[in-house]
Design a protein around this ligand. Structure first.
Ligand SMILES: Cc1ncc(COP(=O)(O)O)c(C=O)c1O
Length: 405
């Protein structure tokens, strides 16, 4: 049975958390700050919980330089719940915006709605799932797949140049959605897609949030499940342009337009009105996220984290690149993720040998996602540079040994 110190977990999520955070968490869950009660037992409406919420919000605002006109929500249900929440709330935002422009004339909006589309940039399994949810909720015809990497490249291995994207034009576009880092496929946007500037954009940053600086003002919604770079599974953070909250139709309007009404737990305005406490929020998870963020702030913030994340990723890609006869990185250059490095070994039986040898050295969680196979090295924030150096050493040794065969 290995100890925590003997292993490095490169799994894609839930990911490992900093050991110091977990040590503090283990005492916090028993007796938080000498209150006699563990943190998971404290009321989410207590002053203590409010403090935790405020501190964690202030840390994420600090780290991401979130502008004042943005709201931060702490939610539950993971990234998957946001697939639905984003579509409901941004459709509502569009409907009310159109209604305001038409001086409240619902018949005008009904007509405009017929041609309106939600644009999805599909570059991997997670954006594909997001698009499927929008189709399920609002109908196939309401979703326009702007680009589908699987069709363009034969698999999710790249990002088509923007000039090839087939976007909905002008006001008929309800919003554009993309996934900044595709965890399963190892595809990451190198930066904000230029053509989306100025539009209503939502991004799933579940697996690369807090790993680099982001210009939040370019987005209407950024969301992330916590279990990779933020904290524990279940907690989900949504960062919203506050105008979305103020511009929403009533349920009566939605009904009149034959549109579904968002379940209350997916209504951003309702959650914001209650400062994320419409129902019982797991404050322990919010506290863990706060502790992780405190560590990032102390280590130099996101500029520093970005530098470290890039360097770790470069070292890993360089090691794999030294052995093109054995390792083949799946995604194309220019779209390679710094967080999830997806690679195939050849001949295929070497993959099992590599994984077994890795496990013997305490490198766990390296098996690729069940849908694509191969090897996936998840290089999240909690993976230290020293751990990456050790893995690189193993890769080099493995290559030396197998190149001789
Ligand atoms: C990019 C991305 N989006 C969404 C999800 C779904 O998150 P959850 O399982 O928390 O619903 C994941 C899960 O790994 C993910 O990696």
């Amino acid at each position: 049975m290995p100890t925590r110190e003997e292993i490095t977990y490169f799994g894609a999520g839930p990911a490992s958390l900093p050991t110091t955070v977990l040590k503090n968490a283990s005492s916090a869950i028993l007796n938080f700050q000498n209150t006699g009660l563990g943190l998971a037992e404290h009321s989410h409406r207590s002053a203590l919980s409010n403090d935790i919420l405020a501190t964690t919000e202030s840390s994420i605002r600090n780290l991401l330089s979130i502008p004042k006109d943005y709201t931060v929500l702490f939610m539950q249900g993971g990234g998957t719940t946001q697939f639905s929440a984003v579509a409901y709330n941004l459709l509502g935002y569009w409907v009310q915006g159109q209604l305001d422009k038409a001086n409240g004339d619902i018949e005008v909006v009904r007509e405009r709605l017929k041609k309106a589309r939600m644009d999805y940039v599909v570059t991997g399994g997670w954006s594909q799932k997001g698009s499927e949810e929008a189709k399920r909720l609002f109908g196939e015809e309401k979703v326009n797949v702007v680009t589908d990497s699987k069709k363009v490249f034969g698999r999710y291995s790249g990002i088509e140049e923007e000039k090839g994207w087939k976007r909905t034009e002008g006001e008929e576009r309800i919003f554009t959605y993309y996934c900044d880092n595709e965890t399963v496929d190892g595809v990451e946007f190198p930066g904000f897609p230029r053509g989306l500037e100025g539009g209503v954009v939502a991004a799933d940053m579940s697996s690369n949030i807090l790993s680099r600086r982001v210009d939040v003002s370019k987005f209407h919604i950024i969301f992330a499940g916590a279990q990779k770079n933020i904290g524990t599974t279940g907690l989900t953070i949504a960062i919203l342009k506050s105008s979305i909250l103020q511009t929403q139709p009533t349920p009566t309007t939605l009904r009149a337009l034959s549109l579904p009404i968002p379940p209350i737990m997916m209504s951003y305005p309702m959650l914001a009105k209650h400062n994320s406490l419409y129902n019982t929020l797991p404050i322990f998870d919010v506290w863990v996220a706060g502790e992780v963020m405190k560590g990032l702030v102390a280590a130099g913030g996101l500029a520093k984290q970005e530098e470290v994340a890039n360097r770790k990723a470069e070292k890993l890609y360089a090691a794999l690149g030294r052995a093109p006869g054995i390792f083949k990185v799946v995604p194309l250059e220019g779209a390679r993720s710094r967080m999830n490095i997806c690679v195939r070994a050849q001949p295929a039986e070497l993959e099992g040998v590599f994984l077994k040898g890795a496990e013997e050295r305490g490198f766990l969680g390296l098996k690729g996602h069940r849908s694509v196979g191969g090897i996936r090295i998840s290089n999240y924030n909690s993976i230290t540079e020293a751990s990456v150096d050790s893995l690189v050493q193993y890769i080099d040794e493995f290559v030396q040994k197998n190149a001789q065969i």
